[in-house]
Design a protein around this ligand. Sequence first.
Ligand code: PAF
Length: 282
Amino acid sequence: METVHTILETRKIIKAWKKDGLTVGLVPTMGFLHEGHESLVKKAAAENDKVVVSIFVNPIQFGPNEDLEAYPRDLDKDKLVCEKANADLIFNPSPEEMYFDNAVTSVAVKELTEGLCGSKRPVHFQGVCTVVSKLFNIVTPDRAYFGEKDAQQLAVIKRMVQDLNFDIDIVGCPIVREEDGLAKSSRNTYLSRDERKAAVILNESLNLAKEALKSGEQYASKLTGIISKKISSEPLAKIDYIEIVDSLELKPVCKISSSILVAIAIYIGNTRLIDNFTWDIK
Ligand code: PAF
């Protein structure tokens, strides 16, 4: 496995692979890789001849008061994770390599980015869509792999690929959880011991909503009530949002009659964590 830092080197390697008729899977990441990322790389390795993992903490998807500087980084450990999961190439550019000083172009997906995390993080999805488009143009993968934990990101990228005619299959991969149910996230490292214990409340509250759906609950307001009550029972937790939306357009639903996404963002202390599940009406 090789690690390269420039677009030129990346393109050279990929050109040679394509000349040999090999397929390429891309796993875009911001590094500090955990078992969730590992599962994406493994899936990409099973479905493609070659796998590229991009590791780039993308400055333009962070708002002014967000955690760009604090975002955890460990390239040496990431290399081990990628190697173990059978990646072939790490693309690890600097911000200067990725962005021209005088760039005036960005990619914005409307509507789907207005609610959920988009309403709380106004610059986020434009930053994500711009960097993912650039990565798609640099790596030209056959398939790209994204985690379902960032459910809105996955829906937005699928829509962007459709709208802009990228010839790339977008593959969503299931959330990987800790033993106690907390969804794996690079941001879990921000949690103190007490906060880490408290953070199980996210998954526990979603499980209660799932139980209610299984028992035939049809009203979104009832589900948000169940989740909200559970979250409020944890003193270290503060609700950022609890949303029930249709899973394609991400528009709020009142009565559940199609596939829905139940998505939450919760502060545990100062750390904002997200989690979700989708529910299909059979
Ligand atoms: O999900 C992430 O880690 C990032 O948003 C992504 C897709 C790598 C773009 O920077």
